[in-house]
Design a binder for this molecule. Structure first.
Ligand code: AVJ
Length: 320
């Protein structure tokens, strides 16, 4: 009989801004902007999983390859009595590579989406009967603590996927400082970070030939139509993704095909022809640049692994 998941509710008191509030506020900005978290409704999450399987989108498969090769070194650095704390869903193949190499006594998954968290941690509990599985529903951008009853004296926090790329460097620093607060001295942070590389390779990853990334971006407008009172027409906008060298980031935009006014929840928003809605930034780091950032948040670089083409990096940092 597999053990059941121990669930800890650490959700923030205030619910956060609704889709309506985020969209009305973001469309009123100059330039118009929306936060990338709005991509991930059910359809958006499915499209993201499809992106991860596109031939041009190297990050997912490359990080998996790096982790598969480094898993035993990672387990050795983490030590015999380490526990694993995953920031994110627990749904990925990546965490299984670590669980199998480390064989920790306990695992804690932290995610803001309760349903997703419950189902993915239950699958881990079913598949690894030797593992004590905890789930904490929390926003890991806010102050956090390890839940009572979680035997995590030597925790290794795992933040895969270059999810840190959605933060600007200032926010990334604040996020790392927040993890510094969560972890005890000597605790570990294993983090996947996408690397700066040839512009054509970067841009192809966000402009896949099958059009999945375009559909993912445009789904934001579909979502506004579905969930809000709006006449916005997705086919009046085009997906545009490019590398902004000065800021070392991929930018995704939705560009208005012509001058138009769109109605959202009783408010009109004007788009000039060619005007864009900025929907995502995905920052790319050099290995040294990322180490310097982590150092400013109180983390020491212990090890780093990359692939033969240096497309992606996985850093093992120690909380000082
Ligand atoms: C989930 C933020 C890591 O930036 O590559 C993929 C999201 N957007 N294709 C990334 C994304 C378009 C992804 N992250």
């Amino acid at each position: 009989m597999p053990l059941s998941v121990r669930f800890h509710d650490q959700r923030p008191q205030d619910a956060g801004r609704s889709l309506r509030e985020e969209v009305l506020a973001g469309f009123a900005e100059r330039p118009k902007t929306t936060p990338p978290k709005l991509f991930y409704d059910r359809r958006g999450s499915e499209l993201f999983e499809q992106i991860c399987r596109q031939p041009e989108y190297y990050p997912t498969r490359t990080e998996e390859l790096i982790l598969a090769r480094a898993a035993h070194d990672i387990a050795e650095i983490a030590g015999q009595d380490a526990s694993l704390v995953e920031l994110g869903s627990g749904a990925s193949h990546k965490v299984r590579l670590l669980l199998e190499a480390m064989h920790p006594a306990s695992y804690l998954g932290i995610d803001i989406s309760e349903d997703f968290l419950r189902s993915s941690t239950q699958r881990l509990a079913d598949d690894y009967p030797w593992l004590e599985v905890h789930a904490a529903c929390a926003d890991f951008c806010r102050p956090m603590s390890l839940p009572d009853g979680f035997a995590g004296e030597h925790p290794l926090a795992f933040f895969p996927g270059s999810s840190i790329g959605n933060f600007d460097p200032q926010e990334a620093l604040a996020f790392l400082a927040n993890l510094h607060e969560l972890l005890p001295e000597g605790g570990g942070l294993l983090i996947g970070v996408d690397l700066v590389k040839d512009q054509a390779v970067l841009e192809a990853a966000y402009n896949d030939r099958a059009g999945v990334t375009a559909a993912f971006n445009l789904n934001l407008l579909e979502r506004i139509r579905r969930e809000l009172d709006s006449d916005i027409e997705p086919d009046q906008f085009a997906h545009h993704a490019f590398f902004n060298q000065a800021d070392s980031r991929i930018e995704m935009h939705l560009v208005s095909a012509q001058a138009q006014d769109v109605l959202i929840e009783g408010e009109y928003f004007h788009f000039a022809a060619g005007e864009s809605l900025h929907t995502e930034n995905s920052y790319k780091y050099t290995a040294e640049g990322f180490r310097a950032l982590a150092g400013r948040a109180g983390f020491r670089a212990l090890a780093m692994w990359t692939d033969p083409q240096a497309l992606f990096s996985v850093h093992y940092l120690q909380r000082e």
